[in-house]
Write a protein that binds this ligand. Sequence first.
Ligand code: CA2
Length: 149
Amino acid sequence: MTRLVFVLNGPNLNLLGQRQPHIYGHETLADVEADCRRIAQELRLELRFHQSNREYEVIDWIHEARESAAGIVINPAAFTHTSVAILDALNTFEGTVIECHISNVHKREAFRHHSYVSLRADGVIAGFGTQGYQLALRRVAKLLDEKAN
Ligand code: CA2
């Protein structure tokens, strides 16, 4: 069985570490990717790591994951709260989906409290900083290991 996992990041996350460190911390997206690659190696996961400011690109990566991947870790950023299209794409994916937010969206503005993606996600992580990505990958690996045994 494949151990390929897509880590997908939505709009403005390319600015991570450069703005609003009180909300999102000091790590850059390149740091997050490096952390994910280290954990993936430990967990024997193969990784595709992407970020886009364009909704259709996120959707296209979900379609690509449908063909090949066992899991998706997704921080849809602002698309979380707006995108029925990303929800529809995730609903066609048969593997594990973990939604990951750096900040605790429930402690923030009311418009961040609703997530379309949560209607599909198998698990949701929020407020653990960039460490949330590592926890999400651990969860995907654990579910894969359980399926294999
Ligand atoms: O907490 C998260 O991870 C969010 O998904 C981040 C999104 C926000 O719209 C969600 O409500 C919660 C925003 C990502 C923007 O990232 C930036 C990073 C650094 C500086 C500016 C924006």
